[in-house]
Design a protein around this ligand. Sequence first.
Ligand code: GDP
Ligand code: IMO
Ligand code: MG
Length: 450
Amino acid sequence: MTLTGRSLADGRRIPCRRAALQAGNTMANTVIIGAQWGDEGKGKIVDMLSARSRAIVRFQGGNNAGHTIKVQGQETILHLIPSGILHEGTICLVGNGVVLDPEVFLQEVDQLAQRGIDVSPARLGISKKTHLILPYHKSLDKAREAKRAGRKIGTTGRGIGPCYEDKAARVGLRAGDLCNPELVRSKVTHALEEKNILLRAYNFEPLDPGAVIDGLLALAPRLTPYLTEVEDRLQEVQQKGGDILFEGAQGVHLDIDHGTYPFVTSSNTVAGNAAAGCGIAPSALTRVVGIVKAYTTRVGSGPFPTELLDDTGSYLRTEGHEFGATTGRPRRCGWLDAVVLRESVRLNGLTDIALTKLDVLQNLPVLQICVAYEYHGRRLEYPPQEEGGLGEVTPVYEELPGFDEDISGCTSYADLPDNVRAYISRIEALAGVRISLVSVGPDRRQTIER
Ligand code: GDP
Ligand code: IMO
Ligand code: MG
């Protein structure tokens, strides 16, 4: 893309991606985040936008994510490898903010390689600073959930929380450590001294340090070629004028700080973390696209004001195939919540919205949107901030007419029926952000750009 820029006092021009964006270029460095509770269709949109990007980087989360891409009938579900991998010319990177399960990463590499996709280290890399998920993280995740009984978070059981705990406690193992077997031995041995006490207390099998170390070192020869300086790779892309796509996982309301704590994941999912999670300056982030499902879903426990426990909820689950891409669990379904969306706009500075799964709403006689909450006698435009507050709100709904037409074949905005366009316009007005992409089916081509 052409870089335009601002002028310095001496007349020199400085390249400015924001200026380029304002001049009508639609890419620039773009952060993609889920604006609800995950599974909004981030994988599909990242894949689509990857056609115009040079590098795609994951900056947080791990294989708790399940990102689905559909191209000409073939479905690909990615948990760790960035969703740009199907586009030949891209570089795909796993940033320092991610927690990486080595086995899952290699399984994904093998599955893609079998299909003839280039997964060589020339185009796929892992930061040396990425923390590794080890068997004891997975055991502890499951042990803690089992102990919680009626207060389960409903985690994916992939060891995400315990791995981030070790990172914060400064006892984690990082991908770069794989080049130093002595360091691996000492870190795992020390970690297991404590973890085995915990596992026994939870009535879980303790782990043999030797087996964990050997298992990891056996994978090292396949993993170490992927180690790279993500910061350098991204800097090079920028210097050559290439565009970077930052692929968020989970959703804003699962954010460790801003989500429905404690029913959240263990990382910051907001766009602000895109910079810290891969080692790029925040000023390099120019566009932030919030992926918004045309209704709402949530997997696991936690408050969900617009949840539908009736036939309409079942209809959305069936028509939208709302079953987890990672765990297969049925997703909880409900109406679109503009209060949740408004909070995502403010926390992430969304420049645009991609609205997905509109086709799923076909044949519903009316469409409801939650526009505000009633909370202890007050009307709220934003979610309450105290713990548990969201569980005590009553949604205030606005009703719009539904549509019967099959929109899955629509290729332009003008093709969409009036009622669909009215629904889109109302969401734009409630969010105060332009909807620049509309998705009407799972396939890459079923996307309308405005
Ligand atoms: P992600 O985690 O945000 O990447 O989303 P998931 O892949 O977990 O879940 C989204 C699901 O919806 C996947 O099965 C997609 O193939 C599918 N999907 C994405 N966009 C659309 C759409 O516009 N219409 C329909 N019907 N399905 C979609
Ligand atoms: P993508 O990227 C939906 C949810 C879990 C659980 C909570 C904590 O596909 O949108 P964790 O295993 O992270 O400790 O679980 O977060 N969760 C997701 N829900 N989509 C995801 O990822 C999720 N990743 C985690 O269900 O409620
Ligand atoms: Mg998903």
